[in-house]
Design a protein around this ligand. Structure first.
Ligand code: UDP
Length: 327
């Protein structure tokens, strides 16, 4: 029987690559697309020999053409760490806005259902805690995170407009901090930063006084939530994340304990507009999708640490490998 075809953008990234694995496991033909600015082919190398996988090296901010039928589109292409937005701000804006527009057009042409990856960053530095989907957010449009936050807010707006105006089948997921194997070691995010530092024998850099909070979700739980949301009939945004909240200072202590290294914590200045607290309210996901996270932080961190520990030593010293890009 002919397999149903799914297009996954950002396929060589952390989340995109796990989605490729999941959809192949579910029996789909997966078309991966990525321009490899922040993505890494090593994340999907194991799929290239499969006949049910194909890959396009393409920037979705320019016109997207894919021959043949497509049942689902999952738009996960975007730089996703504060360091990346600072390095490639225009590209970040374009992939969330122009890229989303192109993929909505493709979804129309293919009569496909499209799920777009939004983010807890649409809530900015939240004044409502924990964050529910009906909170509109507290975002600085011209701060360093504005290029990501506003692109994602535009993405939600245009996706909803295609749904209401054209009747397109759309899904919007708001993703909270997620971690697991295949995160880029040097993308500046807190978990790979701490684990990379532990592996290189460096001190752990806590920004600010470490009292800011985050809630970390293991990647397999997130992928399950994405899968369920895609198959649901909910066009409104849904939070997916793990409500277990800790301070970054506590997180550093957990990593030191887990890695068994005797690294110290050193304090660096807090980046501009760094949200003070973040925790998803997941009532909606529980009610609509019957979803909640299953993997405890201790378990997920152990799997992730084992992944980083097994990497060849030279990867610990790789700079983030952005290609030159003028955007
Ligand atoms: N952070 C830190 N040390 C680092 C990297 C990040 O203390 O080496 C802090 C950062 O200031 C933020 C939190 O960890 O408060 C999470 O940062 P990340 O970049 O992972 O994600 P986001 O801020 O987008 O949630």
């Amino acid at each position: 029987m002919k397999k149903e075809r799914v297009l996954i953008t950002g396929a060589a990234g952390f989340l995109g690559s796990h989605l490729c694995d999941r959809f192949i496991k579910e029996g789909y033909h997966v078309i991966g697309m990525d321009n490899l600015i922040t993505g890494d082919l090593r994340n999907i190398e194991h799929l290239f020999h499969l006949k049910e996988f194909e890959f396009y090296n393409h920037d979705v901010s320019t016109f997207v053409h894919v021959p043949g039928e497509i049942k689902y589109i999952l738009h996960f292409a975007s730089p996703a760490s504060p360091i990346d937005y600072l390095k490639i701000p225009i590209q970040t804006l374009k992939v969330g806005s122009l890229g989303t527009h192109n993929l909505l057009g493709l979804a129309m042409a293919k009569k496909a259902r499209i799920l777009v990856a939004s983010t807890s960053e649409v809530y900015g530095d939240p004044t409502v805690h924990p964050q529910t989907e009906d909170y509109w957010g507290n975002v600085n449009p011209v701060g360093p995170r504005g290029v990501y936050d506003e692109a994602k807010r535009f993405q939600e707006a245009i996706t909803m407009a295609y749904h209401t105006y054209h009747g397109l089948e759309t899904r919007i997921i708001r993703i909270f901090n997620t971690y697991g194997p295949r995160m880029r070691l040097n993308d500046g995010r807190v978990l790979p930063a701490f684990m990379g530092q532990a592996l290189r024998g460096e001190d752990l850099t806590v920004f600010g006084d470490g009292s800011q909070t985050r809630s970390f979700c293991y990647v397999d739980d997130l992928v399950e939530g994405i899968y369920r949301l895609l198959l649901s009939d909910c066009a409104d945004p849904v939070n997916i994340g793990n409500p277990s909240e800790i301070t970054i200072a506590q997180f550093a202590e957990e990593i030191i304990k887990l890695t068994g290294t005797d690294q110290k914590v050193i304090y660096h200045p807090l980046p501009t507009d760094d949200p003070k607290q973040r925790q998803p309210n997941i009532t909606k996901a529980q009610e609509i999708l019957g979803w909640e996270p299953k993997v405890e932080r201790a378990e997920g961190l152990k799997i992730t640490w084992d992944y980083f520990k097994a990497l060849p030593k030279e990867r610990l010293y790789e700079d983030s490998h952005h290609r030159e890009f003028k955007g």
